[in-house]
Design a binder for this molecule. Structure first.
Ligand SMILES: NC(=O)c1ccc[n+]([C@@H]2O[C@H](COP(=O)([O-])OP(=O)(O)OC[C@H]3O[C@@H](n4cnc5c(N)ncnc54)[C@H](OP(=O)(O)O)[C@@H]3O)[C@@H](O)[C@H]2O)c1
Length: 253
């Protein structure tokens, strides 16, 4: 439950090793969040992050096992995490894979793997999360979509289409929850300098995990349903979205 000043008390990060996810955790702990659960495929790799969040002021920080690619276990996973220590105010979906478009265009298994993690896995776990948030009567689900969801580009259409599916799902889910006390916030970052984009040429308006985290914390404060990071991308994408296909296709983006 948020405290008397409206601060988030507890946070669950799905994809707990995500650089954006950890930046959000650090920013929220700086704003009085006291309990953080980091959920990752290999929680033992998060010892350093757990230690850092404790040093920054979190009273309880745990790393637990979670695999987005194993939907059969998602219901039990969510029940277990929420059952441990009471309510969770904010659940952040921060897992995701980008892949190499060149490889994905030729390898059906690899292309399906991106869709499984980014879309199927997210649909499955957020369905379980929202059911639990409904029962507790409050909470915000924050979903890391992408500007890539706005319009599939030839240079990363596998990733972009998986995010488009997730973005549409999260919007519809958010609308279905109006009046329930549960909110869904869709976040659309542009190019963020993290391990996911290491070695790639930065796109225009590239940004940092810390700046995305600041935008997310601001969105939580105001109860936003959509956050762009940086905000100018909202206008850039609304132009790109309406370009005729023959022109869009020729853009080197
Ligand atoms: N970086 C960008 O430019 C950018 C832009 C827009 C949106 N986003 C989105 O923002 C989110 C966070 O990205 P990031 O930049 O912080 O990337 P990141 O540091 O590479 O984090 C991605 C995380 O996803 C986890 N993951 C991958 N597959 C998983 C699975 N099957 N189950 C559980 N966890 C899994 C990875 O865990 P492991 O450590 O186990 O591999 C990793 O910790 C992603 O959804 C990404 O698509 C990123």
């Amino acid at each position: 439950m948020k405290d008397a000043l409206g601060s988030v008390q507890s946070l669950l990060v799905l994809g707990g090793g995500s650089e954006i996810g950890l930046a959000v955790a650090r920013a929220l702990v700086g704003e009085r969040t006291r309990r953080v659960v980091l959920a990752a495929r290999d929680p033992s790799r998060l010892d350093g992050a757990v230690e850092e969040l404790r040093r920054l002021g979190a009273e309880t920080t745990d790393a637990v096992a979670f695999d987005a690619d194993a939907p059969d276990g998602h219901h039990a996973f969510v029940e277990d995490v929420f059952g441990r220590d009471g309510d969770i105010d904010v659940v952040l979906v921060a897992f995701g894979v980008l892949g190499s478009q060149e490889e994905l265009a030729r390898d059906p298994g690899a292309a399906a793997g991106v869709a499984l993690t980014n879309y199927v896995g997210a649909v499955s776990v957020t369905t379980a999360v929202v059911e639990r948030l409904r029962r507790q009567g409050h909470g915000t689900l924050v979903v890391l979509s992408s500007v890539a969801a706005e319009r599939a580009r030839k240079s990363n259409y596998v990733y972009g289409s998986s995010k488009a599916g997730l973005d549409a799902f999260a919007q519809g889910m958010g609308d279905s929850l109006a009046g329930s006390g549960v909110n869904v916030m869709v976040v659309r970052p542009g190019f963020v300098h993290t391990k996911m984009t290491a070695g790639l040429d930065p796109a225009p308006f590239s940004t940092t995990p810390e700046a995305v985290a600041e935008a997310i914390v601001g969105g939580l404060r105001t109860g936003a349903h959509t956050v762009w990071a940086p905000p100018i991308l909202r206008y850039v994408m609304s132009v790109l979205r309406h370009l005729p296909r023959p022109i869009f296709r020729r853009l080197n983006i």
